[in-house]
Design a protein around this ligand. Structure first.
Ligand SMILES: [Zn+2]
Length: 284
């Protein structure tokens, strides 16, 4: 069973710094400032960073992270892949800065532009899939899902007894009874209005934008409310929902009880946490 406190660390302060580290998948989502300081010796662990968009609080940690990986003592030559929304100017500016600052230094960094529906393989059994999100402006923005390729008994055989199944296997072989499917192990909305639940259906862990406690505080449709994020979790049947990006306008001593009450009053039954600064706070 996925556990956010075991699998995920990160930092989330809207407009300051946002990143999320999924340790079992060696995957970073976004690279806000302070990333390399927080990871410490784990700085050489990430194999891929998937950038959701090019806003400064999501990408300005990347130069420091890559430089520390290159110049500190450790696995300097370990390859690193940066997946980013194709044509995103904020990301391209960071890429250019890296190229200009260390033009004489070769970094083992591969830049992979991606569009909605695009996939990058993560090891043998998983793919990282990008989906379009709604975050205002004209720049492309993405969310990501890690899909694990699994096999299961075909639905039409699900009512059979063990004996009947063994007989079918004897006749036609095991493969004829099985079908492949993809389980969403982890998904991240980045900064976004509520994502389509179908894109993150059944996710073990979903990290979702939850900037506004009160929809009345939202001036432009570029961030989700906490209630919208919880509803995505419910509609998608998510096992564990991690809210992030809660606006700093809300005093935490009042916001946390209000948020816990929202979660309790909702029809969402999974685990629910808030990533706030570096803390993961249980909302149940
Ligand atoms: Zn943003």
């Amino acid at each position: 069973m996925a556990s956010p406190t075991r699998d995920i660390t990160g930092f989330s302060r809207a407009m300051f710094s946002n990143w999320c580290w999924h340790e079992p998948f060696q995957l970073l989502i976004d690279a806000g400032e302070g990333l390399q300081l927080a990871l410490g010796q784990k700085i050489w662990a990430p194999e891929v960073v998937a950038l959701t968009h090019g806003h400064s609080d999501h990408v300005l940690g990347l130069p420091g992270f890559i430089a520390s990986r290159k110049f500190a003592k450790g696995a300097q030559d370990k390859p690193f892949t940066v997946v980013f929304p194709e044509g995103n100017n904020g990301v391209l500016a960071v890429r250019e800065l890296l190229a200009r600052m260390w033009s004489a230094t070769a970094f083992p960094v591969t830049w992979v532009p991606i569009r909605a529906g695009g996939e990058v393989r993560l090891g043998k059994t998983r793919v990282l899939q990008a989906f379009a999100t709604s975050h205002g402006g004209s720049e492309p923005t993405m969310g990501y899902a890690v899909l694990e390729e699994r096999r299961r008994l075909r639905r039409e055989y699900s009512g059979l007894s063990e004996l009947e199944i063994r007989e079918l296997v004897r006749q036609g072989g095991r493969d004829a009874l099985m079908e492949g499917y993809r389980q969403v192990r982890f998904a991240h909305s980045g900064d976004a209005m509520p994502v389509d639940p179908a894109l993150v259906d059944g996710a073990d862990i979903l990290v979702h934008d939850a900037t506004f406690l009160d929809a009345g505080d939202r001036k432009r449709d570029i961030h989700a409310t906490t209630a919208e994020a919880i509803e995505v979790g419910r509609a998608a049947g998510v096992g564990c929902l991690v809210l992030h990006h809660l606006s700093i306008r809300y005093d935490r001593s009042a916001a946390l009880p209000a948020l816990r009450a929202q979660v309790a009053a909702s029809a969402f039954t999974g685990e629910c946490w808030l990533l706030d600064d570096a803390r993961l706070i249980n909302l149940r």
